[in-house]
Design a protein around this ligand. Structure first.
Ligand SMILES: [Zn+2]
Length: 51
């Protein structure tokens, strides 16, 4: 019996889930968010670019 308690506590800190900054090309609102399909919080436009 070999119960080697291998407490492998790998802390997955793929913590580069930082908020990216986007800019709406319609109303020039800058905002931050995470996601693929960002929408402008101001005018709900999908015409946003990453800045
Ligand atoms: Zn906008």
């Amino acid at each position: 019996m070999c119960f080697a308690e291998s407490s492998v506590s790998v802390e997955i800190e793929e913590g580069d889930l930082v908020m990216e900054q986007y800019k709406c090309t319609d109303c020039n609102t800058k905002f931050r968010g995470i996601g693929k399909k960002m929408r402008c919080p101001s005018c709900q436009s999908a015409n946003v670019t990453k800045v």
